[in-house]
Design a binder for this molecule. Structure first.
Ligand SMILES: N[C@@H](CCC(=O)N[C@@H](CS)C(=O)NCC(=O)O)C(=O)O
Length: 216
């Protein structure tokens, strides 16, 4: 592990933080884990607001640099610490990685965020939360199955781990463990999940392994 001044503001169950934890592990970068308890509302504290005015984790501090938003953090890490590249050389494969990552980060994860779920529950009733989440995850997963069927190898875009895998692993984990979804319609994603479960960089980044993990 490379010694660094990196600090990651993270929450154990945050899939966005998990993407960055995987990248830090793959690149073998040591970091200090700074827990932000989203359930207690610590993302709204004045200190954290200075790091990310949008009040979302993750945020990364690297010496004097502060970067928030998992995509921005991953691109920053990729350029500053090029070991274990997160993007393939092949342009088409690279574009598929961006596309798959954005299906997760723009069309699935924002719709399952705590603020959104709270709003749905308040406006539509307590039974609606899970139905809402499942609908949006299923829509995104169906698109990912179609998109990746011609590109996947052992991992999402071949036999090496790249950016798309960092977005897929935490999202599939959340679907299975947090939302207890039936994944029979998504055999490719299930197979990828099995492959991720064998990689220490992925296993060590999962919610259950984090210092602030709370069993539910
Ligand atoms: N696009 C942002 C989204 C960040 C985000 O939504 N973070 C969630 C956790 S995964 C969060 O902090 N939620 C707090 C809340 O809903 O109040 C990223 O990729 O970092």
């Amino acid at each position: 592990m490379e010694e660094t001044q990196l600090k990651l503001y993270s929450y154990w169950r945050s899939s966005c933080s998990c993407r960055v934890r995987i990248a830090l592990n793959l690149k073998r970068l040591k970091y200090e884990y700074k827990a932000v308890n989203l359930v207690k509302g610590e993302q709204f504290s004045p200190e954290f607001s200075k790091l990310n005015p949008l009040n979302f984790v993750p945020a990364l501090v690297d010496g004097d640099m502060v970067v928030a938003d998992s995509f921005a953090i991953l691109m920053y890490l990729e350029e500053k610490y090029p070991q274990h590249p997160l993007l393939p050389q092949d342009l088409h494969k690279r574009a598929i990685n961006y596309q798959a990552a954005n299906i997760v980060s723009a069309s699935i994860q924002p719709l399952q965020n705590l603020v959104v779920l709270k709003y749905i529950e308040e406006k539509c009733g307590s039974g609606e939360r899970l139905a809402w989440v499942k609908h949006h995850i299923e829509k995104g997963f169906a698109a990912l199955e179609k998109l990746l069927k011609d590109h996947a190898g052992k991992y999402a875009t071949g036999d090496e781990v790249f950016l798309a895998d960092l977005f897929l692993a935490p999202q599939i984990h959340a679907a299975l463990k947090r939302f207890k979804m039936d994944m029979t319609e998504f055999p490719l994603l299930l197979r990828l999940n099995d492959a991720y479960n064998e990689l220490p960089a992925f296993q060590d980044a999962m919610p259950e392994k984090q210092p602030d993990y709370v069993p539910s």
